[in-house]
Design a protein around this ligand. Structure first.
Ligand SMILES: [Zn+2]
Length: 281
């Protein structure tokens, strides 16, 4: 019997869609393939506003929330945490030879200090960053269930001293060690200068859409926005930069949830922690 090609192709396509061995879940890699889009599917404002490519206008990034909010972290009493030395959206124009703003917060720590996942999530980006200001970098994607926040959140961890062992598609737990602090990333003249102080660059993005693109060493959420990473610790919406900037002064101090070196957290039921373990005084 002769089977028409169209029918055979249809059969193989169907066979592909059936999970192996009757497993109910498609697995993390298949899940990421389902929600990952090409760069061409991003709208131009999101592509430029989040991607900040050389051809892009900085106004797009500002329109997407890359401006100062006035938020400040407040660590729990009698707890010592590593602190921010360069805040969100401060001007980096002098560092970049063009108008630019800091796309996250920097927290200095000695070389080798473990950087931990701020929430449970899936590794979606892993970059060597040899031509990047951010150096060796990991990006996690967090579902609303992972954070308790009804949005898709992405957290970015940059300047590792060596390539983290976690792989794209891997799930990580809140507080799981991602890798060691370093100072990788090029300086303003395009070379790995080695002069940068060791620190984590910690960035965060959000979107109502579960989809994202991975283009030119950047994770760009579909319809995504910048956010002040400190806003993450509010653990609720709104967390967009305009709403954060408009908060009354008394609400601009955000209580920070932490993990201690023994793995315990404060508060005990938190789903979000500071990206370095803290210590009790
Ligand atoms: Zn930074």
């Amino acid at each position: 019997m002769k089977i028409p090609w169209a029918v055979m192709i249809g059969f193989f396509a169907m066979a592909d869609a059936v999970p192996a061995f009757g497993q109910g879940s498609p697995g993390p890699i298949a899940e990421l393939e389902r929600v990952r889009v090409s760069g061409a599917e991003l709208d131009p404002l999101t592509r430029c506003g989040i991607g900040r490519f050389m051809s892009c206008d900085i106004k797009d990034a500002i329109a997407k929330g890359l401006f100062e909010t006035g938020l400040a972290p407040r660590f729990p009493d009698r707890v010592k945490c590593r602190e921010i030395d360069e805040a969100y959206a401060i001007s980096y124009t002098h560092k970049r030879d063009r108008e630019q703003y800091h796309g996250g917060i920097d927290i200095p720590a000695p070389t080798g200090t473990p950087i931990v996942a701020a929430a449970a999530g899936t590794v979606v980006g892993k970059y060597l960053g040899e031509q990047s200001f951010r150096g060796i970098e990991i990006v996690l994607r967090h579902s609303p269930e992972d954070t308790g926040i009804p949005l898709w959140i992405y957290t970015q961890y940059s300047h590792f001293s060596e390539m983290p062992k976690v792989e794209v598609g891997q799930r990580v737990r809140m507080g799981e060690v991602l890798g060691p602090t370093g100072n990788t990333g090029i300086g303003r003249h395009g070379r790995q200068s080695g002069k940068r102080r060791p620190a984590i660059h910690f960035g965060a993005f959000f979107s109502a859409s579960e989809r994202y693109a991975d283009i030119r060493d950047r994770i760009i959420p579909v319809d995504g926005y910048w956010m002040d990473p400190v806003a993450l610790f509010r653990k609720k919406i709104p967390l967009d930069s305009a709403s954060m900037k408009a908060l009354p002064a008394g609400e601009k101090e955000v209580p920070i949830s932490v993990m201690f070196e023994d793995g315990k957290t404060f508060p005990a039921d938190t789903k979000i922690v500071w990206p370095y373990a803290c210590s009790r005084r």
